[in-house]
Design a protein around this ligand. Structure first.
Ligand code: FE2
Length: 189
């Protein structure tokens, strides 16, 4: 019997900072609260009933060794275009929210933000503008097989090039080739 495939629906995090997390996800991905009480909240930024859950049960404590411990590395949200990714970078920078690191993975341009609990949230656009093509790139590109993490970039430099009018078609290969490296290569842990 074939597998009936369910769709990915939401992620739920445990937090000691319920109010901060709600505010951050509202600012960063435009999520709105569907329901909340003192111990939990559920948010969505699309037509789904919820995409994010937060459980703030009593007795939780932060994990000071979080970055060295196993567990989820990040969630990810995709824009429909590079222009939208850049516009959001600019808007968030104005709110004092900047990426921890940015990578051209070959299949996507990805900017990783740290939420108030230290969970990474990847904001990305598809380099091909097409899931079929970026999927094929993952499966068959020797370039991706050699280096599936990719090339770091400085988002401010890329934003400036974008605003100066450089089209994505020439900008992305340059990012990929390392023309926009950050001054310091960051840790992705
Ligand atoms: Fe990712």
């Amino acid at each position: 019997m074939s597998t009936i495939k369910p769709a990915l629906h939401h992620i739920t995090m445990k937090t000691t900072r319920l109010a901060e997390m709600i505010a951050w996800y509202a600012t960063v991905i435009g999520a709105q609260v569907q329901f909340q009480n003192p111990g939990a909240a559920w948010m969505t930024n699309d037509a789904a009933n919820h995409r994010l859950g937060f459980l703030a049960m009593p007795g939780l404590e932060d994990d000071p060794g979080k970055t060295a411990h196993s567990g989820m590395h990040h969630s990810a949200f995709e824009y429909g275009s590079f222009e939208d990714l850049m516009a959001s970078f600019h808007r968030l920078r104005g709110e004092g929210i900047e990426p921890a690191f940015c990578l051209d993975h070959g299949l996507t341009l990805s900017m990783y933000y740290r939420d108030p609990d230290g969970n990474y949230v990847e904001l990305q656009c598809d380099n091909f503008g097409d899931w079929a093509q970026s999927g094929e790139f993952m499966r068959s590109s020797p370039e991706f097989a050699r280096d599936p993490i990719g090339t770091f970039f400085d988002p401010a430099k890329v934003y400036d090039a974008h605003v100066a009018g450089r089209p994505f078609a020439t900008l992305q290969p340059a990012i990929r080739a390392g023309a926009f490296l950050p001054a310091v290569i960051p840790s992705i842990a």
